[in-house]
Design a protein around this ligand. Structure first.
Ligand SMILES: Nc1ncnc2c1ncn2[C@@H]1O[C@H](COP(=O)(O)OP(=O)(O)OP(=O)(O)O)[C@@H](O)[C@H]1O
Ligand SMILES: [Mg+2]
Length: 221
């Protein structure tokens, strides 16, 4: 059986990485084969691109930034995600298509149709089985990320940029937006407020309903 592609999305500091670790631990306890991957990065080439994206000091044109994200994605899909799914492993992915729409289209202002076309270069038609969109007031997400210490190049962008990104993520929860973006697959918004255990329980409940083959709420969970 082909594995399933599960994506976690949402703005800065909402808890994507934290919750992916928790979901992966559940899968590991239930001996469900899986991979945890992140964007940008996840491959040797992608990790070098990640460094450029997060830690370049000089200016970076919006088109250059988008192309770097797409390049990292193309490598990840071809080298890691596709083969893992083909082997029957489930893939848990930290950010994917929605982040490009939020940051590069809505945030940086690149035309959405161009971002979409560029994404096709990377995904080659791969559609996530489910995207869990963690929703949190942007100030709370930035506070969580800030408590973690240090700001990368994108976190350090101005407040108006982060407001556009947050507004974009809020739009993605809208079924009308999703109907117009079938390349993103099914998206379910999950409230990311509260402590880590509370958020994990919400995610597990959605997963049990939407992707029961991941068995997140199984006997060992
Ligand atoms: N439910 C929670 N309540 C309070 N703090 C949390 C919660 N979940 C995660 N955190 C903490 O908030 C910070 C950001 O969490 P995390 O790194 O998982 O977010 P992220 O969505 O992956 O962020 P980024 O977009 O920057 O990658 C971390 O220090 C983490 O320990
Ligand atoms: Mg993270």
């Amino acid at each position: 059986m082909r594995g399933r592609l599960l994506v976690l999305e949402g703005g800065e500091g909402v808890g994507k990485t934290t919750q992916l670790r928790r979901l992966a631990a559940r899968l590991a306890r239930a001996a469900v084969p899986h991979r945890v991957l992140r964007e940008p990065g996840g491959t040797p080439l992608g990790d070098r691109i990640r460094e450029l994206l997060l830690h370049t000091d000089g200016p970076m044109a919006a088109g250059a930034e988008a192309a770097l994200f797409i390049a990292s994605r193309a490598q990840l899909v071809e080298q890691e995600v596709g083969p893992a799914l083909g082997r029957g492993e489930h893939v848990l992915l930290d950010r994917f298509l929605l982040s490009t729409y939020a940051y590069q289209a809505y945030g940086r202002g690149l035309p959405e149709d161009e971002v979409r076309a560029a994404n096709r270069l990377a995904t080659r038609g791969l559609v996530p089985d489910l995207t869990l969109l963690l929703t949190l007031a942007p100030a709370d997400g930035l506070a969580r990320a800030g408590a973690r210490g240090g700001h990368d190049r994108i976190e350090a962008a101005d407040a108006a940029f982060h407001e556009r990104v947050a507004a974009a993520f809020a739009r993605f929860a809208d079924p009308a937006w999703q109907a117009g973006h079938p390349e993103c697959g099914r998206i379910v918004a999950v409230d990311a407020a509260g402590d880590e255990e509370a958020v994990e329980s919400r995610l597990a409940a959605v997963l049990a309903r939407e992707l029961p083959m991941l068995r997140p709420a199984g006997p060992l969970a």
